[in-house]
Design a protein around this ligand. Structure first.
Ligand code: SF4
Ligand code: SF4
Length: 183
């Protein structure tokens, strides 16, 4: 999969990746799903010049996948595509909120295309603040609906999967203690 950053992409005020990932560096430690103390929500990093390397190097899939239309921007979709597993031919879709985009034709068609093309697709949900996320592999669950090109059936599988994670997963606390020597 391509890893070159597309020139026409920007964060547009999204600060999701200053909240959902855990950060473990010498000067900044932050548990999962907790907004970094240096993030001004909707604006961005207030310690930009000294932000850790892990922050400098992070881009979500919005920056890499040219086939994503404007509705896929995390601000609009509530979905962050995690790029960490691209080299394993897996796409992890972090569902930040249950947005109308999840029941759109565009979302189902793209996910269906990935499944049909043999790409691994995972849905991930953030836990409560300070807790680790939970993932579910979607390919086998979606196989029948994708083969039948049945977008409505795909939407049912999406809804069932997300509800299943939210209702049954036992969220594990992140043991990282918030600490910063920046700024
Ligand atoms: S999730 Fe993507 S769009 Fe949002 S702040 Fe991070 S890199 Fe930017
Ligand atoms: S240091 Fe800056 S870029 Fe890194 S998580 Fe905090 S606010 Fe975001």
């Amino acid at each position: 999969m391509p890893l070159a950053v597309l020139e026409d992409r920007s964060c547009e005020g999204c600060t999701a990746c200053c909240a959902f990932p855990p950060i473990r560096t010498d000067k900044l430690q932050k548990p999962a799903n907790l907004l970094c103390p240096h993030c001004a929500e909707g604006q961005g990093c207030t310690v930009y010049d000294v932000r850790p390397a892990v922050c400098r190097g992070f881009y979500c899939g919005w920056f890499f996948l040219a086939e994503l239309g404007p509705d896929w921007h995390p601000n609009h979709s509530g979905v962050v595509i995690r790029a960490e597993h691209f080299d394993e031919d897996t796409i992890t879709l972090l569902i930040l909120r249950l947005s109308p985009f999840l029941v759109s034709e565009e979302f189902a068609a793209m996910v269906g295309g990935w499944v049909a093309g043999g790409v691994g697709v995972e849905f991930e949900r953030v836990g409560p603040p300070g807790h680790l996320p939970a993932k579910m592999r979607m390919n086998e669950l979606l196989e029948e609906a994708v083969a039948a090109r049945d977008l409505r059936a795909m939407h049912k599988v999406f809804a069932w999967s997300l509800a299943h994670i939210d209702r049954t997963h036992v969220w594990e606390p992140d043991t990282i203690v918030l600490r910063s020597e920046l700024g």
